[in-house]
Ligand binder design. Structure first.
Ligand SMILES: [Zn+2]
Length: 270
């Protein structure tokens, strides 16, 4: 960056990163900005370049505080999806100029933020092995408790490594993915010789049992309906175990391989 001289004649000023407070759109925010400071008298000055950076820093601090994607987040999410600015613009039906402005500081509306998140974060999560959701151990426990209530049996059993519970979870997650476009728990499932099982179940069984199921968003009416549908279809542990073993998607999967959620459409027992 070009040197700047003190307007009071003290010679070259030093570039410093300063933490600043301001009120922006009625919200108190803190941001940091590169600023020229005179070592002699302390007067501050900016260049056109730093002024642009300041505007962006303020806009991003505001966005963080308001729960909106920052310019940096929009850009890095877009790049992580291998999308050009034009491609992202086409996907969400805006002009490419909007993407460019959002990535340099203009604040997107709440509704455009929602559209951006749907496009960038959902795709981000939909790797097809977690059912469009981040894995939540408390939610696994919440769903498990619901099954326990409905079939009247203990399923959260450490000694059997959730052998039967895993099948109920699998069916419920797959069915939810099929009907709602999103699983219930975010769990990834693997094909093991005892049927579909939580991937890495050996590391998960105890943490799931120890998690606090009251700590997560409650099950929606639709999600509860899906759990009920699975429980009614398989009223006992043997029923769900045997049904899972009749599923081609498990039979044909290599031992240890992950079972994608797209298999939900190929289930034959429910
Ligand atoms: Zn000075």
């Amino acid at each position: 960056m070009k040197d700047l001289n003190c307007p009071k004649g003290h010679g070259p000023m030093a570039l410093k990163e300063l933490e600043k407070q301001t009120t922006f759109k009625g919200v108190d925010i803190t941001y940091s900005a590169d600023t020229f400071v005179c070592p002699e008298c302390g007067i501050e000055a900016g260049t056109v370049k730093t002024a642009g950076n300041v505007q962006r820093a303020i806009a991003d601090a505001y966005r963080s505080k308001m729960g909106l994607l920052t310019s940096h987040e929009i850009k890095s999410l877009r790049i992580s999806h291998d999308l050009s600015q034009q491609q992202l613009a086409d996907l969400i039906n805006v002009g490419v100029a909007s993407i460019k402005r959002w990535e340099t500081g203009l604040i997107q509306s709440k509704s455009m933020d929602h559209v951006l998140r749907m496009q960038l974060q959902c795709r981000f999560d939909s790797d097809n092995y977690s059912g469009n959701r981040k894995i939540s151990l408390p939610r696994i426990k919440l769903v498990a408790k619901q099954f326990e209530k409905l079939i009247g049996k203990r399923l959260l059993k450490i000694h059997d490594q959730f052998l039967f519970l895993a099948k109920y979870l699998w069916y419920a997650d797959m069915l939810a993915f099929r009907q709602l476009g999103r699983g219930l728990t975010g769990a990834t499932y693997a094909a093991i010789p005892y049927g579909p099982q939580l991937n890495n179940y050996k590391d998960l069984v105890k943490p799931i049992k120890a998690s606090d199921e009251l700590d997560v968003e409650p099950l929606s009416a639709e999600e509860l309906r899906i759990i009920r549908q699975v429980a009614e279809k398989f009223p006992g542990e043997e029923a769900v175990y045997e049904a899972a073993h009749r599923e081609k998607v498990w039979q044909e999967a290599a031992t240890g391989s992950l079972i994608p959620y797209s298999c939900a459409y190929e289930l034959t027992e429910i």
